[in-house]
Design a protein around this ligand. Sequence first.
Ligand SMILES: NC(=O)C1=CN([C@@H]2O[C@H](COP(=O)(O)OP(=O)(O)OC[C@H]3O[C@@H](n4cnc5c(N)ncnc54)[C@H](OP(=O)(O)O)[C@@H]3O)[C@@H](O)[C@H]2O)C=CC1
Ligand SMILES: O=C1O[C@H](COP(=O)(O)O)[C@@H](O)[C@H](O)[C@H]1O
Length: 630
Amino acid sequence: MSAPKKPASSPAGSPAISKAATTKAAPKKPAAAKATVSKAAAKAPASKAASKATAKAAGKTTASKAAGSKVAANVQANVESDLAAGTVGVSQAAPARRGASVKTAQTSAPRKGKGKSGAAPGHDGQNPFRALMRRNRAPEPATLVIFGATGDLSRRKLLPAVFGLWQDGLLGSAFNIVGVGRQEMTDEQFKDYAIQALKDSKETDAIQPGSLEKFRELLYYEFGDFAGDEVYAKLGRELDRAEEAHGGRKNALFYLSTPPSLFEPISNGLGRLELADQSEGWRRLVIEKPFGHDLASARALNDTIHRVWDESQVYRIDHYLGKETVQNLMAIRFGNAIFEPLWNRGYVDHVQITASEDLGLEGRAGYYEEAGVVRDMLQNHLMQLFALTAMEPPAAFDADAIRDEKVKVLRAVKEIPSGRVKSVAVRGQYGPGTMYGEKVPGYREEPNVKEGSVTPTYVALKLEVDNWRWQGVPFFLRTGKRLPKKVTEIAVVFKRPPLGIFPGGLERNVLAFRIQPDEGVSLKFSSKTPGQEMVLREVVMDFRYDAFGAQLESPYSRLLLDAMLGDATLFPREDEVDLAWRIVSGILDVWEAEPGRREKGPDFPNYTAGTWGPDEADELMGDDRRWRRL
Ligand SMILES: NC(=O)C1=CN([C@@H]2O[C@H](COP(=O)(O)OP(=O)(O)OC[C@H]3O[C@@H](n4cnc5c(N)ncnc54)[C@H](OP(=O)(O)O)[C@@H]3O)[C@@H](O)[C@H]2O)C=CC1
Ligand SMILES: O=C1O[C@H](COP(=O)(O)O)[C@@H](O)[C@H](O)[C@H]1O
């Protein structure tokens, strides 16, 4: 059991932990173990279609930047010249508190896969905004335990996110990772697997020389049947080993990156072996989405989890809350005085929230056939975007103040009983079509989708909020797969001017928060066109997030670090999840009624891949409003 203490070897100067070869008995195959490493290694890192689409999106980013309007270009130029002149109020003298590896990152080539560098330099070639980009707290020594470490999410997102944090020196000293899975593997085999995953993932930061070798030393693996006790007993020994190695407390973050059917057995197993007990160090549970299949199952899951864990130990992850620009929505709303006075029924005509995806099913039929777009995107990501847009200003920027406000506004959403579904919600499923000049199959032709499937891949929804701020202001939400492009945006559309004294110019102003790609904020307003006539046209004032010259971090790295620091601000609380399910459950009840009880089955497919969804979605907006062209 006694693991030798190993000298520091991380780029951040963190002591790495080494496991004595004798600490693990020869692997014994558990009942549930079904494959060997070769199966794991055989899994494709990312589908061809996905990488192609991403590459296209990256290409488009550059193209659309170049094509920005003159106004946009001027505003951008102003921001950059302000930066260069140092007139933006950011102290360049602020000492860098991060480790050496961060300094290297500031001056080194852009990170792999993120496609963003574009530093706007100050006098000394450094972007002064970068001085603000640091975390002043490091987590305590801890073990990150990833259940489902051989899965797609772990391979493509989690391991790269942890590696990025570690390489940036943000994980403090004595951090280590235990992967847990059902496949029989030795530590060495898991290390090989994880290092290969880092090399393959598009999300991995630029790898500093020697980093992978050092990171490898932090990785361990355990396997077993998640329904039994043995695997949790082995985890207990891993925590003893980590404590001996770094002399800290036995802090542990358990990340459930498994199919949802395993959330309860794993939570119970950790409880049975007393691994949720915090007497020897903090213990936290991160749970992936989907959190429940409907309101009843989400409540049952919450109850089961709370038999073992206190709510303060539970971190339900919604990766949209880890996106920089989602957080920037709060910064802009509550860090400025000019927006809040307009943010209400007096000035706002309606709000549009769009999360369109160009990707199709990506081989996830097993999951998606059960979930569909309502559970996959609407109940979680879009409801969170809605809540952040519509909530009242919190009294403080802390977990409970923010989550209390989100809960209040979710509670104010007008119920959607079965009888109202038809008038406020539109569903769709894509048929065959063309994306980026290539033919793509319809949903029903995707591998492993049931013949004649009625699973929706598109939803548009009109939400009404019964409170003083938003009475009479509709919120239109839409999301779908195989739409023409990947774009997530929140657009606050203002009322028209009360009187038109110029030819033209009675357009609605729009404040648009671009969550991804081309992250930023733009304001559309009317301006006089040059010339003798008083003729107005719409122009756009554009702030691009890349003016900061920083690569955007992966949402998973932000959320993992927050969970390790015990900051739950960006994690939905139990009551938020419950309310979001309540809002969508009327829709699910109608759309998933037994064929006999259904008024009329959906006429699927009802939109062509590569188009903006079914026509009914336009009708949902009414005569005087239309979806933004994105
Ligand atoms: N993939 C993604 O992009 C996203 C995923 N998520 C969520 O993350 C979680 C994980 O997803 P993902 O990684 O795609 O899922 P995968 O199906 O790729 O695998 C998850 C892991 O669970 C293991 N596993 C599966 N079934 C069993 C079982 N019966 N007993 C023991 N272990 C099992 C797998 O082992 P093995 O390797 O042996 O099959 C693998 O290690 C899910 O809750 C998903 O909804 C959320 C957002 C995005
Ligand atoms: O959670 C999910 O999100 C992705 C979209 O996430 P994004 O960060 O790429 O916008 C979606 O494709 C997937 O179906 C869903 O499970």
